[in-house]
Design a protein around this ligand. Structure first.
Ligand code: AMP
Ligand code: MG
Length: 401
């Protein structure tokens, strides 16, 4: 065994991995392709939004001074529609301009009377209530030209894509998608859809991990499962290191005789650390193969997923300078006893129920790390600190899945 940091608290493992951050490049993409990407530079608005004072209602633009009394009657002199051309309308005393939502305010007008509060008779309008100087959207009130509307590192959601367009961007600089390889290992693994022989199981981890990579907006490359053989693994590592920015393995990182990922990394790779104080999922390792970073995840299906969430996600977040995905943590009161551990952060799978007194957490499924059903039916993972009791009634933190 090489002398590498061993069985580290999670925060230390994350910190150590980030001493070897993943390099990334930036590309410009059209807004249509920018959804679910990570913004690579601060974006400042190219315009004032709105670009001109405009009406927030369909109604009449008037002078507040003229219309403080209910039942004022005014002459309708013109109509202001959205994008009605260059004509700059204006009102003087005793006049009103019919106006549509979003249309520019006429000069001299400083109040909008909604259409529902008016009685129209030919070319005159009588107000059924006193006016107020309101329903005007002021130039630049949403964002001013030059102001930063989206910060580098933000995840581009539908609403932030709208923000990019509003600020005048047809394309935006984003982090180029990473190619992330996924290699499952184990003699017992068969692809789903084929017939199982005695002793075999369906290979499931690579599908889940591939989904996680896609959820983060990157490109998974799922390689066929590799047998428990040092030579086969070495050959597959060489390919993955060449083709990918980062690769993940599942299985073969524990203490056993057949745990060849660990053996190979120990003898021929550049191992940075092995084993982390989390349960489930304590066996992972991190290192480099031919200069490409790699995480060796445990084979148990729950563990591989949890380790991705707890170790690989922070590594990508830190490397790419992004806040995405946020850790969404809620407080919940335990309704069942949950087994904690003395020295590890314990991540049990719980369902959550929202009540007027806050969230209630239940642990309905058995917590074996091979039981993927316990994860697929859960709402979150308990964040039980080492030594925390985990008894029913305790208020705990839950990381939402
Ligand atoms: P290992 O870490 O290789 O000892 O694997 C631990 C457990 O996880 C064993 O029961 C394996 O059969 C199972 N396992 C390993 N890899 C996978 C995989 N890709 N899909 C589903 N189960 C797996
Ligand atoms: Mg194995």
């Amino acid at each position: 065994m090489k002398d590498v940091p061993y069985f580290l608290p999670l925060e230390e493992a994350i910190k150590l991995s980030l001493e070897h951050p993943l390099p990334y490049t930036i590309e410009d993409v059209n807004l249509d392709e920018a959804h679910q990407r990570i913004l690579a530079e601060d974006l400042s608005s190219k315009v004032n939004d709105p670009p001109f004072d405009n009406s927030a209602m369909d109604g009449f633009a008037v002078r507040f001074e003229d219309t403080k009394e209910a039942s004022s009657t005014l002459d309708i002199i013109a109509t202001s529609q959205a994008a009605a051309g260059d004509e700059q309308l204006s009102v003087t005393s005793g006049q009103a301009v019919r106006i549509m939502t979003g249309a520019p305010m006429p000069g001299g007008a400083d109040a909008i009377i909604p259409i529902e509060a008016c009685t129209i008779d030919g070319n005159s309008v009588t107000l059924n209530q006193p006016s107020k100087p309101h329903f005007i959207r002021k130039r630049g009130e949403n964002i001013a030209m030059g102001q930063i509307g989206l910060e580098r590192g933000c995840y581009l959601t539908p609403q932030s894509i709208s923000m990019c367009a509003t600020m005048g961007y047809s394309s935006v600089p984003v982090v180029k998608k990473l190619k992330i390889g996924i290699i499952s290992t184990g003699d017992e693994l068969k692809p789903p859809g084929e017939t199982l022989s005695y002793g075999e199981i369906y290979e499931s981890n690579s599908y889940g991990l591939s989904g996680l990579v896609k959820m983060l907006g990157h490109t998974p490359i799922r390689y066929p499962a590799v047998h428990d053989s040092i030579d086969a693994l070495r050959a597959q590592f060489d390919v993955a290191a060449e083709e990918c920015d980062l690769f993940l393995t599942s299985g073969g990182v524990s203490m056993g005789e057949w745990d060849f990922v660990r053996k190979l990394m120990e003898t021929e790779g550049e191992l940075v650390f092995w084993r982390v104080k989390i349960r489930p999922g304590s066996p992972p390792l991190f290192g480099h193969w031919n200069g490409t970073p790699m995480f060796g995840l445990p084979g148990n299906p729950v563990s591989s997923h949890v380790v991705f969430r707890m170790l690989v996600v922070p590594y990508l977040r830190g490397s790419l300078n992004t806040t995405f995905p946020y850790d969404r943590i809620v407080h919940a009161r335990l309704n069942t006893n949950v087994r904690s551990t003395k020295d590890c952060l314990t991540l049990r799978r719980v369902t959550l129920q929202s009540t007027v007194d806050g969230f209630i957490a239940n642990q309905p499924k058995h917590q074996g790390s091979g039981n993927i059903d316990s994860l697929s039916s859960a709402d979150g993972l308990t964040l039980l600190q080492p030594g925390q009791s985990g008894e029913a009634g305790e208020l705990i933190q839950v990381l939402l899945l």
